[in-house]
Every structure is written in structure tokens, then in C-alpha cells.
Design a protein around this ligand. Sequence first.
Ligand SMILES: Nc1ncnc2c1ncn2[C@@H]1O[C@H](COP(=O)(O)OP(=O)(O)OP(=O)(O)O)[C@@H](O)[C@H]1O
Ligand code: NI
Length: 305
Amino acid sequence: MLEIQDLSIRFSRFQRGMKQVQTEVLHHLSLSIHAEEIVAVVGSSGSGKSLLAHAILGILPGNARVSGHMEFKGEALTPKRQKQLRGREIALIPQSVQYLDPLMSVGEQVRQAVRQGDPVEKQRGAFRRFHLAQQVADFFPFQLSGGMARKVLVSTATVSGARLFIADEPTPGLDAPAMKETLGRFRLLAEEGGAVMLITHDIEAALTVADRVAVLYAGTVVEIACRSDFADHGSGLRHPYTKALWSALPSQHFTATAGSQPLPGEKLEGCAFASRCEAATQECRIQFPGLRGVRNGKTRCLHAT
Ligand SMILES: Nc1ncnc2c1ncn2[C@@H]1O[C@H](COP(=O)(O)OP(=O)(O)OP(=O)(O)O)[C@@H](O)[C@H]1O
Ligand code: NI
């Protein structure tokens, strides 16, 4: 359904003296999502998850320079096509509730997203599923709690009849039943032939529904793993960063890794994780590892087996 190859994003800005500088925030990112599949995209804050979502939808700010190739349903995803498909075949569940129109009732916003069938019925159905009282339909965004707003955003996307859903952190602020309902809804959308990109910090929640997990580090994919690779304390994982991310979780003994992710624009040679990696060799500090197939997944690590 969606095929991304070597996606890079640079931001240009002017420094003192009108010197234009470029900061690369995503580089050589490749990822695909098939119909009937949920792919979780995980990575720490600033790794480029939201920019990836915005690049797919074609809603990056004007000073972003994009290179690489994207295809949706086998055809190039050009800016023109992105505009046509946005909100129709490709739906975004945005990270920020500021994407709601402040001047329109939330019921109206959900109804406007409906392309097929009865908008009123669909909006009511969505509200029922998420245990939102029907009166909430007449509320304006400022009257919503954080959790309610998030439910409205998910409702808006799920009534749209889209084929590809890009959910950017859809679960923070949701109580356990609403989180379960949201993730369950994604599973249903996938079963109905849709494809879901689930961007999240919460790997454990993601693993309850995701088929595959793409791990982002410093603006690129360092591993694409299957759900089963995380079992047995992550014995099937390939990249040292994924292993570190996984073992830092409470359920996996909280083993933290020292250091932090490099910031965009920090000049790096070799593997971006090398300075924090116990297995790093001289080679890792020089050579940027390509994304290669290891077992039934992919990784950017010279030493992974
Ligand atoms: N408009 C912009 N101009 C310059 N840099 C930007 C811009 N937008 C984002 N960035 C930078 O790109 C990097 C990736 O940002 P992004 O929002 O994609 O991170 P993220 O993985 O979604 O983080 P979070 O988990 O906090 O949502 C960050 O370092 C950010 O500072
Ligand atoms: Ni984000």
C-alpha cells in the first residue's frame, strides 16, 4: 500500500549574515506498509516520527526539502496526489489536538470526514464506541478534555473510509478502555483491508496490535522487526538500539543506556548509535551501515546476525 524509499528531509534556515544552513532531520528512511497490516513506528522524542507522517501526507512546512521516493498503491506519491488523497484515502490522526478546527463543533468535524454512508449515523456510531456522550457532538474543541479531543481525532479518521491511516501518538491521555478501543479499531481497519502506521512511544501497547515494528533513531530506520522478535526478552532483535530501548522498559528490568540521541545537524560519520553501543568497533565509527535483511527483518548494523 505504502512504499517509502530513501526519504530524506532537510530544513533550510538563514543564519546571521544571511548564510543559509541546511539541517538534515530524516535521512535515507525506507519503510513499507502493506494492506491488512499494522506497522508501529517507535523511537524517542525528536527521532523524526512526526516529520515522517507529515512527509507522507505532504504537509511539511515550506522550508522543508524532501528527497527520495514514495508510492501509494503502486503509484508515485506526488504533491498533487497527496493533496487529492489527504483525508480521503490517507487519513492522519495528528499528534496535536490543535489540528481540530476551533470554530466548528466537534460533531460537525467528524461528520464532514464521512465520504460514504450517512454522516450522522457514522458520527453517532463512533461516539458510542468511544463512550463519548452524544451531547459532546455540540461541543467546540476548547470544551474538550485532552482524552475527549483524542477520541474525536480518532473518530474523525475512522469514519473517513480511508485505506491508509497514519496515527501519530494516538493514545496519550486515553484511559485503559479507550486505549484498548483505539488499538482494537486499528486492528479492525487492518482486517478490512486497510494499512495502519502507528507512531508511538509505547512499544508495549503497540505490540498488542502491530505486526511489525520500525525503530527510528536519529532520523532513520535502524531496525524493522516482527512482533515475535520482542518475545523472550528481545532475543530475536537485531540492532543494539532496539535491544536497549526494549530492556529499558519496566517489564524488561529497566536497564538504561547512557548517553542520548544525536541532534539533527550534528555532524556524524558512521553509525549514529556507535558512541553509545557496547558492541561498536572502529568500523562502526567510520561507515554508515546500510539497511540490510537479517533473518525475517531488516537492520542498519554492521554486526547484527
Ligand atoms: N519545522 C522545523 N524546522 C526545523 N527543524 C524541525 C522542524 N520540525 C521538526 N524539526 C526537528 O526535526 C526533528 C524530528 O522532529 P519530529 O517532530 O519528527 O520528532 P518526533 O519523533 O515526532 O518526536 P516526538 O516523539 O517528541 O513527537 C526534531 O529534532 C525537531 O527539532
Ligand atoms: Ni512527534
